[in-house]
Design a binder for this molecule. Structure first.
Ligand code: BGC
Length: 771
C-alpha cells in the first residue's frame, strides 16, 4: 500500500473512532433502530409515517375510538393537539401496551408563543430584539408543554413576510432574514435545550418550508413564485438557521415553490434541505398537505402521496395518504421500500432522541403538570416579555406646543382616565392567534390590568365606544375559536355617545382599538389593513373632545396608520401581549417600564404600497431621498415612497443621540476585521434600553444588492444621561451573499456601513474591502 493511502486509511479509522467517541448515542441509536426495524413489517413501517387528526379524545374513552384501533395495529406514528396528561397517557398506553412492537407515539402541538402561560404573538416577540428573552419564552413553553405530555412543537414559524395583508405575518418574526435567523436559532435552542431526552425539552419543527410568507396578494395558501437568488438570500436564511441550530423536524408549506407545491417538491425537500443543508431530522407535511396536492392539480391521492414520498416527506399529517396508498405504490414500482425505510428510521430516531423508548411516559409526570404550568414565575416572565414587545409609535407633547417637549406618555398615576374601545374589557383576545393551550379566562384584560395596577390612585372609567366592526358577520369571522367580542347590538351612535360622555369627564382618554386576535393568524388575510372604520369614527369623536388621547393599538400585522399618526398624540402598539397583557400595558402606560420595542416590519402608508420593505433594491431610477415625485423615477403619483414607520423603528420615554460612525479602517483586505462604532447617549431623564442596529450596503456587485441589510444589533441599557460606545466587529462573513450561481461568497469593492436606532435614521461611513 502506498504511504498516502495508508495515511488516508489511518486517518479515516481515527476519524471514525473520534466521531464514535464524540457521539456514542448515535451508534447506540443505530443498533437499537436497526434491530427494531428488522422486526417491523412494511405495514408497521408505513404506520410510523402516519400522523392522523386525533379528533376530540375524551378521557376514559380513548380506547374505543377509531384512532385507538389504528394505534393497536401499529398504524399511527404520533398524534397532535391533544391536551392533558390523562388523555395522552391513555393513548400512549395503547401504543406501548397493546400494539405488537410497543413503539411509543410522538405527541405534537402548536405551542407557538407559550403554552398555558402565553407570551406575545411571535411578531410582537420579535420586536423585543432580545434573543435571550425569546429563548427563555421558548424554554418556558417547553417546560410547560412537556409537563403536560407534549414532546413536539410545531414551532418556530420562521416565514419571512413582507405583506401585511397575510394574516400569518402575526406568527413569524417579520420581514428581515438576519433578525429572523437569530430568532429561529433562539427558539430552537429554547425548545430543545442541550439534551432532547430531558423530560423538559421538546422537539422543534421549523415551518413552513418554504416561502409560505410570500403568498401572492397576501391571500393565505396562495402561490409563491420567486427567483432562486431571492429565495436563498431573502427567504431561506431563517429556515437554514433553525436547521443549523439542530431543529429535529421541518414542516412542509402549503404553497407552490417554483411551480411545484412544497409538499411534492424534491428540489426543496431533498436537494436544498438534506443535500445542501445537511438536515438529518424528519419532514412532516402541514395539515392535509398531501390531499391538497390533488387540489393543486397533481393527481389522485395515490399519485400525490407517492410524489410527497419521493420528494422527501417522511410524515403525513391528517390525510392518511401514506397509510392507504404506499403499499400499492411500492407494488407499482413508484416508491421503493428503501424510501419507506429511510422515512421510518427518521421518525424512530426522533422518538429515540426524545427518550421515548427509555420511558414512553417521560413527558407525563402528574407532579410536574401540577407545579410547572402557569406558575407565578412563568407569568412574571410573560408580563416582562410583553412590555418588551410593545412599540411606542408616537409620543408627542399634549397640547402640541406645551410640555417642554415631554411626551404625553407616560401617564400620571392620578386623575381620571377614560378607557374606551371594543378591546378594552376583553380577556379572550389578549393571548392572540394560535394559543391552543391558553387559559382564556385567566388572561388579563386592559381594564383589569389598569385597575389592579393603578386603581387606587386613578379613577378609571370605561365604555365600549364601538363594536369591533360595523358588520356583525365580519365580527363573527374575527371572533372565532371562542374569542368572543360580545357584540353590543345597540345603535352605533348610542354606543359611541356613551363613550364620548365618559371621555368628557376624564383627564385623559386611553382608546383601546385595532384588531381582534383572529383578525390575524391562519386564514385571516385582509385586503384593507386599516383600523376598522367604526373604530376610526370612534377615535375621531374622542379626539374631538379636545382631551389628550392615547391610542393603545392591538394588531397582529402592520396597519396603515397614516391618519392616526397625523392626528393622535400618542400611539402605543401592544400587539397581542399574551396572558399578562393587561398588566404589561399598565406597566408601560404609567412608566414603570420604559418601552424599547422596535418594529420588525415596515408599516406602509396605505395598502397600495405593499410590499414595502426596507431592504429593497435601488432600481436604475431611484427617487432621491426626501423627494416625493419626479417623472421617470421609481415612485407613485399619489403617495410618497416612505413608510409611516420604518423597519427597526420604535420610540422610548427618553431620547438617544448617536455620534458619527467611527471605522477602525477604511481600506481592508481579506480576512481583516473592521470595527465600526458609535457612541450613544441617553439625552432624556429616564433610564432606557435602545436597540443599536448595524446595516451594510454592498455598493458594487455582480448582481444588484439591497440598499441596506441588517447585519448586527445590540440591545443596550442606558441610564439617564449615560453614554456608551457600541462596537460591531465586521468580517467578510458579513459581506457574503448567494450570487447568481447561488455560490455563497463576498465580492470586493466599496461598502457603506451604517449604524442607527432604526433602518432610516443612520450614521454612515464607507470602506473599501479587497480580496
Ligand atoms: C397550520 C400549521 C399547524 C398545523 C397543525 C396548519 O393548518 O398551517 O402551522 O402547525 O395546522 O395544527
Amino acid at each position: 500500500m502506498k504511504f498516502i493511502q495508508k495515511v488516508i486509511l489511518v486517518s479515516v479509522v481515527f476519524a471514525g473512532i473520534f466521531i464514535a467517541a464524540k457521539k456514542p448515542d448515535d451508534s447506540k441509536m443505530k443498533i437499537f433502530i436497526d434491530a427494531l426495524m428488522k422486526k417491523m413489517t412494511l405495514d408497521e413501517k408505513i404506520g410510523q409515517l402516519n400522523l392522523p387528526g386525533s379528533g376530540d379524545i375524551v378521557t376514559g374513552q380513548a380506547g374505543n375510538t377509531d384512532i385507538a384501533k389504528k394505534i393497536r395495529e401499529g398504524k399511527v406514528g404520533g398524534l397532535f393537539n391533544i391536551k392533558s396528561i390523562a388523555k395522552i397517557k391513555e393513548v400512549q398506553k395503547l401504543a406501548v401496551e397493546e400494539s405488537r412492537l410497543k413503539i411509543p407515539l410522538l405527541f405534537g402541538m402548536d405551542v407557538i408563543h407559550g403554552y398555558e402561560t402565553v407570551f406575545p404573538i411571535p411578531l410582537g416577540l420579535s420586536c423585543s430584539w432580545d434573543m435571550q428573552l425569546i429563548e427563555n419564552t421558548a424554554r418556558i413553553a417547553a417546560i410547560e408543554a412537556s409537563a403536560d405530555g407534549i414532546n413536539w412543537t410545531f414551532s418556530p414559524m420562521v416565514d419571512i413576510a413582507r405583506d401585511p395583508r397575510w394574516g400569518r405575518i402575526a406568527e413569524g418574526s417579520g420581514e428581515d432574514a438576519y433578525l429572523g435567523s437569530q430568532i429561529a436559532k433562539a427558539m430552537v435552542q429554547g425548545y430543545q435545550g442541550k439534551d432532547l431526552s430531558l423530560n423538559n425539552t421538546i422537539m422543534a419543527c421549523v415551518k413552513h418550508f418554504a416561502l409560505y410568507g410570500a403568498a401572492e396578494a397576501g391571500r393565505d395558501y396562495n402561490t409563491t413564485d420567486m427567483s432562486r437568488y431571492r429565495m436563498y438570500n431573502e427567504y431561506f436564511p431563517p429556515y437554514k438557521a433553525a436547521v443549523d441550530a439542530g431543529a429535529g423536524s421541518v414542516m412542509a408549506s402549503f404553497n407552490d415553490v417554483d411551480g411545484i407545491p412544497a409538499t411534492a417538491n424534491k428540489w426543496l425537500m431533498t436537494t436544498v434541505l438534506r443535500n445542501q443543508w445537511g438536515f438529518k431530522g424528519f419532514v412532516v407535511t402541514d395539515y392535509t398537505g398531501i390531499k391538497e396536492l390533488t387540489e393543486h392539480g397533481l393527481g389522485d391521492l395515490k399519485t400525490v402521496a407517492a410524489k410527497a414520498m419521493i420528494a422527501g416527506v417522511d410524515m403525513d399529517m391528517v390525510d392518511e395518504g401514506f397509510l392507504f396508498t404506499m403499499k400499492q405504490s411500492i407494488k407499482e414500482g413508484k416508491v421503493t421500500v428503501q424510501m419507506i425505510d429511510a422515512a421510518c428510521r427518521r421518525i424512530l430516531e426522533a422518538k429515540y432522541k426524545l427518550g421515548l423508548f427509555d420511558d414512553p411516559y417521560r413527558y407525563c409526570n402528574e407532579q410536574r403538570a401540577k407545579t410547572e404550568i402557569f406558575t407565578p414565575a412563568h407569568r412574571k416572565v410573560a408580563r416582562e416579555t410583553a412590555t418588551q414587545s410593545f412599540v411606542l409609535l408616537k409620543n408627542d407633547p399634549f397640547p402640541p406646543t406645551g410640555g417642554a417637549g415631554v411626551g404625553l406618555l407616560p401617564l400620571k398615576k392620578s386623575g381620571t382616565i377614560a378607557v374606551i374601545g371594543p378591546m378594552a374589557d376583553n380577556k379572550e383576545n389578549m393571548p392572540g392567534t394560535w394559543a391552543v393551550a391558553a387559559r382564556f379566562n385567566d388572561a388579563i384584560s386592559v381594564m383589569q390590568g389598569l385597575k389592579e395596577t393603578v386603581g387606587n390612585q386613578v379613577k378609571i372609567l370605561h365604555a365600549r365606544g364601538s363594536n369591533l366592526d360595523a358588520d356583525s358577520l365580519f365580527e363573527e369571522r374575527a371572533g372565532m375559536f371562542g374569542k368572543s367580542l360580545r357584540r353590543d347590538n345597540r345603535p352605533a351612535e348610542v354606543i359611541m355617545q356613551e363613550a364620548v360622555d365618559i371621555a368628557n369627564q376624564s383627564d385623559v382618554i386611553v382608546a383601546v382599538l385595532g384588531e381582534s386576535a383572529e383578525m390575524s393568524g391562519e386564514c385571516s388575510s385582509r385586503s384593507n389593513i386599516e383600523i376598522p372604520k367604526v373604530q376610526q369614527e370612534l377615535l375621531k369623536a374622542l379626539l374631538k373632545t379636545g382631551k389628550p388621547v392615547v391610542l393603545v393599538l392591538f394588531t397582529g400585522r402592520p396597519l396603515a396608520l397614516k391618519w392616526e399618526n397625523d392626528h393622535v398624540p400618542a400611539i402605543l402598539n401592544v400587539w397581542f401581549g399574551g396572558s399578562e397583557a393587561g398588566y404589561a400595558i399598565a406597566d408601560v402606560l404609567f412608566g414603570d417600564v420604559n418601552p424599547s420595542g422596535k418594529l420588525s416590519t415596515t408599516w406602509p402608508q396605505n395598502i397600495g404600497q405593499v410590499p414595502l420593505y426596507y431592504n429593497h433594491k435601488n432600481t436604475g431610477r431611484p427617487l432621491a431621498e426626501g423627494k416625493w415625485f419626479e417623472k421617470f423615477k421609481t415612485n407613485y403619483l399619489d403617495v410618497t415612497n416612505d413608510p409611516v414607520y420604518p423597519f427597526g423603528f420604535g420610540l422610548s420615554y427618553t431620547s438617544y443621540s448617536y455620534s458619527d460612525i467611527k471605522l477602525s479602517n477604511t481600506s481592508l483586505k481579506g480576512n481583516q476585521t473592521l470595527t465600526a462604532s458609535v457612541t450613544v447617549t441617553n439625552t432624556g431623564k429616564t433610564d432606557g434600553k435602545e436597540v443599536v442596529q448595524l446595516y451594510i450596503r454592498d455598493l458594487v456587485g455582480s448582481v444588484s444588492r439591497p440598499v441596506k441589510e441588517l447585519k448586527g444589533f445590540q440591545k443596550i441599557e442606558l441610564k439617564a444621561g449615560e453614554t456608551k460606545t457600541v462596537k460591531f466587529s465586521i468580517t467578510v462573513n458579513d459581506l457574503k451573499f448567494y450570487n447568481y450561481d447561488l455560490k455563497y461568497d463576498w465580492e470586493p469593492g466599496e461598502f457603506s456601513i451604517m449604524i442607527g436606532g432604526n433602518s432610516r435614521d443612520v450614521k454612515s461611513g464607507k470602506v473599501n474591502w479587497l480580496k
